[in-house]
Unconditional design. Structure first.
Length: 200
């Protein structure tokens, strides 16, 4: 099995959502350079949450579930590279391999969460809760300006990404095994976050 290039980060990436990254470490500049050199379009790298440690320098402890990111844009800065990736498929890490010259791992792809029209009321509830709480946290009188895809699966992940949650709650959402479970946890965790925000 070919090892995939990996980008451990201090944040969770969800499918169907963008992630801008400032790349400055030599190992990741090498990784992105090799991705850009590939002949095939749509090159991808894996993103996993760093559970302990820092993004720079290595020696971190990494989560076992992550999301592939398709590189869609790269711009050269003075001493760095600004790239944008978009989340595609979720995976589990089978094992990390030699990290020279950059982190790599063997992965198994997780199945896509399946949509059912019976979930429409729960999805509407999740959207209403997320919009209301985001607007409240932002101290705005109107619903938060959250753009959602017409694809219900993509919209569910975009709601998860928009919810005002900490990274460990976001990681809980990423590990969802059903669409109903994802939407229910979006509602529950967002309401919990609202309570904590109100109490603070």
């Amino acid at each position: 099995m070919a090892a995939s290039p990996m980008f451990p980060l201090g944040s969770v990436l969800f499918p169907y959502t963008p992630i801008p990254l400032r790349v400055f470490e030599p190992r990741y500049l090498t990784m992105v350079g090799r991705l850009l050199d590939e002949d095939e379009p749509g090159f991808e790298f894996g993103v996993v949450l760093i559970e302990r440690g820092s993004e720079a320098g290595g020696g971190d402890q990494r989560a076992s579930v992550g999301t592939m990111a398709r590189l869609v844009n790269a711009a050269l800065g003075a001493d760095d590279l600004i790239i944008v990736g978009v989340g595609t498929r979720r995976f589990t890490v089978d094992r990390w391999v030699d990290e020279d010259p950059y982190p790599r791992a063997e992965l198994s792809m997780l199945p896509e969460l399946e949509w059912s029209d019976a979930l429409a009321p729960l999805r509407a509830e999740a959207e209403a809760v997320v919009r209301r709480v985001v607007a409240r946290v932002a101290e705005s009188s109107s619903d938060a300006d959250i753009e959602l895809s017409e694809d219900p699966v993509a919209a569910a992940w975009q709601l998860a990404a928009s919810a005002p949650l900490g990274e460990y709650d976001r990681y809980t959402l990423l590990r969802s095994t059903s669409m109903g479970g994802l939407l229910r946890q979006v509602v529950d965790l967002t309401l919990e976050a609202e309570e904590l925000w109100s109490a603070g």
